[in-house]
Write a protein that binds this ligand. Sequence first.
Ligand code: GDP
Length: 360
Amino acid sequence: RREKAIAEKSVDNLRAPIICVLGHVDTGKTKMLDTIRRTNVQDGEAGGITQQIGATQVPRDAIVERCKQVREFRAADVKVPGFLIIDTPGHESFANLRSRGSSLCDFAILVVDLMHGLEQQTLESIKLLVKRHTPFVVALNKIDRLHMYESSPRKDVYVHLGTQANNVKLEFKKRYEEVVVQFAEQGLNVCLSNDKKKMADPDYIPMVPTSAYCGDGIGNLMAFIAEMAQSKYSDRLAFIEELDATVMEVKAIPGLGTTIDVILVNGRLKNNDIIVLSGIDGPIVSQIRDLKMPEPLRELRVKSEYRSFKEIQGAQGVKVLAKGMEKALAGLPLYVVNQADEIDLLQAECEAALSKALTS
Ligand code: GDP
């Protein structure tokens, strides 16, 4: 079955890349998530952006809308169906999101405060990203703090920086060069994402100047990730039917009982599927009774009700309802039984995944 799924995969059918946000406290990770969720669309449907379980789905149209401002950006070139952005920022969350022993996140945004440079948790985040081989883009955030900077969130950030007063340009250059030196001290090469010459060298890590507060550079950041995803990582992002799902959280919900929040990377989950997952007292075998995601949001801040789905296709975040989830363990894979004689094998896989997680 695995071979068949792999043989059928195609770079013409990509899934949404899963993106995590990391960085030191107060660099603007939460603000960055809020800004990415916000759109210019005023029709109340939030541009099709949907809150999922533990993640936000930013569809292709919303990416295109945001990226229009970017010079050289061509909407027709966007091949990813969207971005799935994990809602809990920080390295603890990233560390817990494992799939098959490696990172569940396809890419990370490492937020650095331009005014402070690399800080303690930035360094910890870098170590973790390098260890897990997760490609990342640095958001050089808070550019609006440059003395006398004038914000313009609807312009290409590089074009816009070029039109700032000379002292703003000089301060940006000075601070950005300090960050380059600090990365070099960590043994890493970084450059601005519009530096075509350096970007041609795969050793360079891109940085995009942003203001999560004002919105400047967010289009450039999203355009860069979309472009990088499909030009360099289309093989990894080709959707396959083979299931790849990770339990992110185990949660008791009033009226629903104990549920599990699952990030479905590849394949599908269907109502009535028999599932196998790790639990405190050993592997748990159960049956999916319902798959839930929040209602589409009219008001992003309003806590909404859930909607039921018969089937979900990756990459998405989904709440799974099943009996006996009280002892389920987070951070580990979820399997679906396709043939009755597979149960033993999948239970053994659960044990193996658990012992691997405990030792890595
Ligand atoms: P987190 O701890 O990394 O999640 O940081 P937050 O998103 O909570 O941001 C910390 C503080 O920095 C908040 O007061 C934000 O309003 C502020 N902040 C975040 N991004 C920016 C930015 O781009 N510019 C400015 N001036 N302030 C920002």
